[in-house]
Design a protein around this ligand. Sequence first.
Ligand SMILES: Cc1cc2nc3c(=O)[nH]c(=O)nc-3n(C[C@H](O)[C@H](O)[C@H](O)COP(=O)(O)OP(=O)(O)OC[C@H]3O[C@@H](n4cnc5c(N)ncnc54)[C@H](O)[C@@H]3O)c2cc1C
Length: 378
Amino acid sequence: MVIAGGGVLGTMHAVAARRRGFEVVQLEREAEARGASVRNFGLVWVSGRKAGPELALALRARELWSELGAQVPGLGFRAAGSLTLATGDAELALLKEAAALPDADRRGFELLDPAAVRAVNPALRGEFLGGLLCRLDAIVEPRQVLPALRGYLAGPGYEWRPGREVTEVAPNAVRDHTGAWHRCDLVILCPGAAHTGVAGRYLRGGPRGVPGGRPPVASPVRRVRLQMMQTAPMAERITTALADGDSLRYYPAYDLPGRSQLPPQAAAAERSRAQLLLVQRADGGLTIGDTHEYAEPFAFDLDEDAYDHLRARAEALLGAPLPRVQRRWAGVYSEVDPAVSGHALYHRAEVEPGVILVTGPGGRGMTCSPAIAEETFG
Ligand SMILES: Cc1cc2nc3c(=O)[nH]c(=O)nc-3n(C[C@H](O)[C@H](O)[C@H](O)COP(=O)(O)OP(=O)(O)OC[C@H]3O[C@@H](n4cnc5c(N)ncnc54)[C@H](O)[C@@H]3O)c2cc1C
């Protein structure tokens, strides 16, 4: 098998393929993957998933991450759970509705009052009315996951070939930029958000938001850009991942009657479509985000208003100043466009005989990648 793309989707396909006895060659255009898979929170996020197929996919993926975590300590897998915190009555009412969902047990939901929140996560000394604990949410270390999985795969039957960009596709074969052909039983293309490269002709359409409006043939996928930051290490442990009430606006599990009662977002958050997600890294640093930009061309620079907002939210919940921000970055993911792809959770298509393209898992890609790879093999 030949896999194009060294992100988490490509690498999880390599894991699934090796388990099924395939010999695998994995090609990556960069010297090391630099896409969404190394820029994310490392959240294995079950809590906000829509009931039905999306929750089922995330739960299966959570099982697979847990198994892999036991076998590959370098992933930094931690069954830490998450807390989504309410700072107003409408947010708290919505958390109560979520805690009463018929599948609340499958998600490990429990509504906690402020004292119980602090018992679970003593670093939370700020102001809030309660929190929704999700025991099923987990954390991995995105900067370590890909090399750790490749270390796990290393040996006969697995070849990692960075610095090779796939430029041409043919039945059961790809050609890289050096002109070398790689022929095989099955090609899997996992190009992430590279919608105009070798996969472009199969994804049709063009970038959204360009002058002249939508492309004549709608693409099944769109791109989304997010801003992130990471602080210097914080000595105190933050025992769970954290989300603020703005996250209730975005995740489909919270599409409940109480959502319509949420007050308007803070202006800076509304402009950048921000929600606070916060994860403590293994070294103590705090990964904090995010924002959502849908219209292309994307900004090429980072907007400080969004960071000011996120920092203030985090400090209000922790009741303490954050450590100095050490790093800022933006990342872009590929997402199935709901206007075109309906309820699809990601995009998979056999684009040539023996060539399968898989991309578009959106903001659930790190979470769902092991289960998506499993589904490719049926
Ligand atoms: C800021 C941010 C935060 C996120 N947080 C989370 C989170 O906490 N939890 C979650 O579940 N999801 C999260 N996501 C989403 C998740 O990161 C992505 O859905 C997932 O990483 C996509 O993986 P991928 O392998 O498809 O893409 P990528 O990671 O982009 O990998 C694609 C790879 O293919 C390579 N490539 C492209 N074209 C070629 C070619 N022609 N030849 C060879 N190589 C090629 C690229 O160089 C790249 O390395 C987040 C995304 C972002 C941007």
